[in-house]
Every structure is written in C-alpha cells, then in structure tokens.
Design a protein around this ligand. Structure first.
Ligand code: PDD
Length: 282
C-alpha cells in the first residue's frame, strides 16, 4: 500500500479522499506534473516546478505551497514509499465549490494531491527496440502548452493507436505534426534533427529541452520548425521524448518503416547523452 500526499497530509492510498465537488473532478480545472525518479532521485524537479507555476498562472489557480514545500513533498514521497525507479504525479486543482462554470469570487483553497508510481524507465523494450506510431488528427484545444488534466483526447488517441496495432499516436494539426499524445516528437532529415518550435499548440517538454541541450553540446545540427507526416515517412530516424520514456526510437509510422526500421545512430547517441545528463544530476 502506497503513502500518498493529500492537502498537507501523508496518508495510506485508500484513505485519500477528494470531494465530488472538486473542480478538478468536474471540469478538469486542474494542472499536473509528472517527474521521473531514477535511482531514488528526481530528474529535473526545478524545471517541473517552474512549468507547474506557469500552467497555474495561465489559468489563475493560486497555490500557497512554496517551491521548497513542493520539493519536500516529492522527497517525502520517495522516502516513505522507498521509490527507486518510477515517477511522481502531482495534481493541483482549483478547489472545491458547488458546480458552477464561473469561478467563485473569493479564490478557493487549491487541492493538492501527489503519489508515486513504480515504472521501469531504463532498459525497456520500447527504449531498445523502438515503438510504432500512427498519425491522428489533433482535436485538442489550442492551449496544449498548459499541462492541464483535460486529457480525454490523449486517451482517445492512444486507444485508437492501439486499435490500429500501434504503440502511440502523433497528432496532426493543419498538415503538421504538433506532438505525440503524451510526448514531444523529433525526426532526423538529411542529417538534421527537426522538432517543432514551442507555441501554444504543444507542451514545452522538460525532456525536449534537455535533448536540445544535448544536441547543442554534441554539435549535432538541429532546427526547430513544423514538419509534415510525409517528411516523417522519409526521415532516416524518428524519436519521442518525455519524462517517463526519456528517448524512445520510433521505428514505424503509419505502418511504414522509418529509415532502416531499427533505432538509428543519432537516436542512440541522444539516449546515451541523456542518460549521462541524468546521472550527473542524480
Ligand atoms: N506527459 N507532450 C505532452 C502532450 C505530454 O503529455 C508530455 C508529458 C510531453 C513531454 O513532456 P516532459 O518531457 O516534460 O515529460 C509532451 C507526461 C509524461 C504524462 O502525461 O504522463
């Protein structure tokens, strides 16, 4: 049985209760973060806290907890649950109020929940052999830069990908790939790594940012621009990044092999460099 954090308390998971009037429950009026834990240490916690604050401010949720409180919650959860490898999920919702589209005049007390989840992050089959993806329309709202818990379309897209025999979905808006259902996407075209530039249409991934730093340091050419699915079909390599996958090679898109159909050299180099970066911070 896990120990979870809920509104100032650490309790057994079956004792943690959220009100049915919580706006997160009724309107997905809440923000979340997922931070990886490797060898018992957090990866990029300050970046996750900064992004949490940005998302909260974009939708006007007030959070009384300080950055140091948030760090303590994460560390306490690792310790209390003896977590070695996995993730910490943190969710902040606007709070509890009778059902009303309008926010209450007085700011509500935000509800804060956090828990650990065991997950193998290193040496997975997806990381070593790669995954397959299918392109699907991006039917999400236009503020995907906000990490809100409004994830129904991501669930639907992943479910549709699974039905089509693939591991994940790449979302297409106006002819260009925005991002994966829960990750950022990259292709390698004519020796140049291409990933879409940040905008309100995609999440500013913490892992994406680390990978751009790795590319810079390793002197690998890259460009931030939108790309089409057709460009992805003709890429020599493709990969996705997220806090819980690190770097997964993408070896098949819409049933077509990417390059050789096996994880390529640029992707493998980035997996290696990313792990070095993680080990330095752990
Ligand atoms: N998802 N894009 C989307 C839509 C995401 O949901 C995520 C992360 C990313 C990658 O961001 P980061 O590198 O900061 O994890 C990009 C998390 C892991 C999730 O929802 O479980």
């Amino acid at each position: 049985m896990r120990t979870v954090y809920i509104n100032g308390e650490y309790v057994a998971e079956n004792e943690a209760k959220v009100s049915v009037f919580d706006r997160g429950f009724m309107f997905a009026d809440s923000i979340y973060e997922v931070t990886a834990v490797h060898r018992g240490s957090l990866i990029g916690i300050s970046q996750h806290i900064s992004r949490l604050r940005r998302s909260l401010s974009e939708i006007g949720i007030c959070l009384k907890l300080t950055d140091s409180d948030l760090q303590t919650i994460h560390h306490q959860l690792i310790e209390r649950n003896q977590l070695n490898e996995g993730l910490i999920y943190l969710q902040v919702s606007r709070g509890v109020q009778d059902r009303n589209f309008l926010y209450s005049d007085a700011p509500l007390e935000a509800s804060v929940v956090a828990f650990t989840q065991v997950k193998q992050l290193v040496g997975t089959k997806a990381a070593t052999s790669g995954i397959s993806v299918v392109g699907l329309p991006d039917l999400r709202w236009h503020r995907s830069d906000i990490k809100s818990t409004q994830l129904l379309y991501a669930c639907m897209a992943k479910d549709e990908a699974k039905r089509q025999g693939a591991d994940d979905a790449w979302l297409i808006r106006d002819g260009y790939v925005t991002e994966g259902a829960s990750n950022n996407v990259f292709i390698v075209l004519d020796g140049v790594v291409v990933t879409r530039e940040l905008s309100s249409l995609l999440l500013p991934g913490i892992t994406r940012d680390s990978i751009l730093k790795c590319l810079d340091e390793a002197d690998i050419n890259f460009v931030e621009r939108p790309f089409t699915l057709e460009e992805a079909y003709s890429a020599s390599e493709a990969f996705i990044t997220s806090s819980t996958s690190f770097v997964y090679p993408v070896v098949q898109i819409d049933g077509q092999s990417v390059g050789s159909g096996y994880p390529g050299p640029v992707t493998k180099t980035l997996q290696h460099l990313y792990m070095l970066q993680v080990s330095e911070n752990v």
